[in-house]
Design a protein around this ligand. Structure first.
Ligand SMILES: *Cc1c(COP(=O)(O)O)cnc(C)c1O
Length: 454
C-alpha cells in the first residue's frame, strides 16, 4: 500500500525562495505610478513598505535566500506533509491519484504565515515598530498577528465588517497573539468615513480595509503596511509550498498531470503552482487550474487591465484581471476569495495561457468540502473548498473520458473557525450566487480612463 503521507525532514526545508519572474517567456507589464504614468521607483513605495521588501518586490533574481531567522520560525510547522487522498479517490470512484499539500498545519491554520513571518522579519530588520494591515475572513490578520508577536512588532488590523461580525474567533486569535482588530470601515480614517457617509451599513470590502490601513501606515515614520497576497514578494515567499511538494513527489517517484489551487489574491495558488510552472515553461505538459468563486469571478469574467489595488486609489496601478477597485462583493462565506483584483503574476500566467481559471458556485464548493470531510476527515476552509470542487470536477471528467490522471492540489487551510458557514450550508441557508452582468459593466466603468495594457 502506498504511504498516506509523505514527510520531509527539516534538513529538506528549502533555503531559497523561487521567483517565477526570472523565467517568464514574455515579461510581465510593469506596475504604473498613477501620477506620472511611469513604472514606480523604489522610493515611491518607501512610505508604504520597508525598502528590503521593496527590493524583493522588484527583484529579477530567480532565487532569493531565506534568512536564518525566518527558517527558524518556519520550522515550527514546515516542511508540511503531502497527503495521498486515497479515501477521496475511492469516494469519487474515478481513475485518478489525488495528492494534497497540507498548509493547514501552521499555528494560524493556513498558508498565510509563510509570507507573514517573512514580512514581519524584514520589517523588524528595517526598524519598523508598527504594522497596519487589513484582513478579509481574518486568516491574514491572524497569520500576521502570530508573526508580529514573534518579532515583537505592534499590529493593527482592519477587518472587513461582514467577517468581523460572522467570524469572532479569528479576531480573538489576533488578540491572543497580541494584535488589535477593528471592523472596517471605521470612523478613524478619511477613507473609512467617506464610505460610512455614503452607506452607514457598509459590509466593508478588502479594498476599503486596505485604504484604511495604508492611510494610517503612511502617516508615521515608524509604521508600515503589509499585504497578505497579490504582490510579487508574497508570491515569492509562498514558493516554499511548491518547492517542498516537488521534493516530496520526487521521493515517491510521482509527478502531477493537473495542479489546482483556489485563487483569491492568488498567493496559495502561486505558492504551489509556480515552481511547477517553471517545468511547464521548460516543456512539461501540466494542466494548471486556478479555482475562483462565481460571486467574485476576477479571472474568468474581469478584464485584464491596469487598476488600483484599493478602493481609495492610493496604490500603484497593477496590471491584473480586475472587477474594478470599487467592487464590493456579495457577503459569501469564502471571505478570503473576495478581492476585486488578482496577483499580477497570476494574472500574467492566465494571460499567457500557462494557467486556466474556472469559477465555482458556493453550493458546489461546500458540497465538495463535505465530500472531503466525509472521506479524508479534514474540514477545509471555505476558500479551500473551491480547489476541492475543481479536483472533483477534473476527476469526474477523467472518469467520463476513461483517462488516468494524477491531480495535485493545495489544501490552503482548515475550516475549524469557519463552522458558522458550514452551518449555513447544512441548514439550507445558502443559495447559488453568480455575479450579475451589470456588475461587470460597472467594473469596466471603474477602470475607464486608466492607462491600458499595451
Ligand atoms: C486567504 C486564503 C485564501 C485566499 O488567498 P490567496 O492569496 O488567493 O491564497 C485561500 N485559502 C485560505 C485558507 C486562505 O486563508
Amino acid at each position: 500500500m502506498a504511504d498516506k503521507k509523505i514527510f520531509l525532514g527539516e534538513e529538506f526545508l528549502p533555503t531559497q525562495w523561487y521567483n517565477l519572474n526570472a523565467d517568464f517567456p514574455n515579461p510581465m507589464p510593469p506596475p504604473l505610478h498613477p501620477g506620472t504614468g511611469k513604472p514606480p521607483t523604489p522610493e515611491d513605495f518607501a512610505p508604504i513598505f520597508p525598502m528590503n521588501l521593496v527590493e524583493q518586490e522588484m527583484t529579477p533574481d530567480r532565487w532569493v535566500d531565506i534568512p536564518e531567522e525566518v527558517l527558524g520560525v518556519y520550522k515550527i510547522w514546515r516542511p508540511t506533509p503531502l497527503y495521498r487522498a486515497d479515501r477521496l479517490e475511492k469516494a469519487l470512484d474515478a481513475p485518478v491519484k489525488i495528492y494534497f499539500k497540507n498548509e493547514g498545519v501552521s499555528p494560524p491554520g493556513s498558508h498565510k504565515p509563510n509570507t507573514a513571518v517573512a514580512q514581519a522579519y524584514y520589517n523588524k530588520a528595517f526598524g519598523v515598530k508598527r504594522i497596519m494591515t487589513e484582513t478579509g475572513a481574518g486568516q491574514w490578520g491572524s497569520a500576521l498577528a502570530f508573526a508580529c508577536q514573534i518579532f515583537e512588532i505592534e499590529l493593527k488590523v482592519f477587518m472587513v465588517r461582514v467577517s468581523f461580525d460572522q467570524k469572532p474567533y479569528r479576531r480573538i486569535m489576533m488578540e491572543t497573539w497580541g494584535a488589535e482588530c477593528f471592523p472596517s470601515p471605521t470612523n478613524t480614517t478619511e477613507a473609512g468615513r467617506k464610505i460610512l457617509e455614503m452607506n452607514p451599513d457598509s459590509p466593508g470590502s478588502l479594498g476599503i480595509a486596505i485604504s484604511e490601513a495604508v492611510e494610517l501606515a503612511v502617516k508615521r515614520e515608524d509604521t508600515r503596511y503589509a499585504l497578505g497576497s497579490v504582490l510579487n514578494h508574497v508570491m515569492l515567499h509562498q514558493s516554499v509550498i511548491g518547492l517542498e511538494t516537488k521534493r516530496q513527489l520526487e521521493a515517491i517517484g510521482d509527478y502531477p498531470d493537473v495542479i489546482i489551487g483556489c485563487a483569491g489574491g492568488g498567493s496559495n495558488f502561486a505558492g504551489l503552482a509556480f515552481p511547477f510552472i517553471a517545468d511547464k515553461i521548460a516543456g512539461k505538459e501540466i494542466q494548471i487550474i486556478a479555482a475562483e468563486p462565481t460571486s467574485c469571478p476576477t479571472l474568468t469574467r474581469g478584464p485584464y487591465a491596469y487598476d488600483f489595488g484599493d478602493t481609495n486609489q492610493t496604490t500603484p496601478l497593477l496590471p491584473m484581471y480586475t472587477l474594478g477597485h470599487d467592487f464590493i462583493p456579495a457577503p459569501i462565506h469564502a471571505g478570503g476569495l473576495r478581492y476585486h483584483g488578482m496577483a499580477p503574476m497570476v494574472s500574467h500566467c492566465v494571460r499567457e495561457k500557462l494557467v486556466e481559471a474556472r469559477p465555482y458556485d458556493q453550493m458546489e464548493t461546500f458540497e465538495a468540502g463535505i465530500t472531503f470531510a466525509r472521506s479524508e476527515g479534514f474540514i477545509s476552509a471555505p476558500e479551500t473548498c473551491h480547489a476541492i470542487a475543481s479536483v472533483i470536477e477534473v476527476a469526474k471528467q477523467a472518469k467520463e473520458e476513461g483517462k488516468e490522471k494524477t491531480i495535485l492540489f493545495n489544501w490552503s487551510g482548515h475550516g475549524l473557525v469557519d463552522m458558522a458557514s458550514y452551518d449555513a450550508y447544512l441548514s439550507n441557508k445558502l443559495q447559488p450566487y453568480s455575479l450579475p452582468d451589470e456588475e461587470i459593466a460597472r467594473a469596466l466603468k471603474a477602470i475607464e480612463g486608466l492607462p491600458k495594457i499595451a
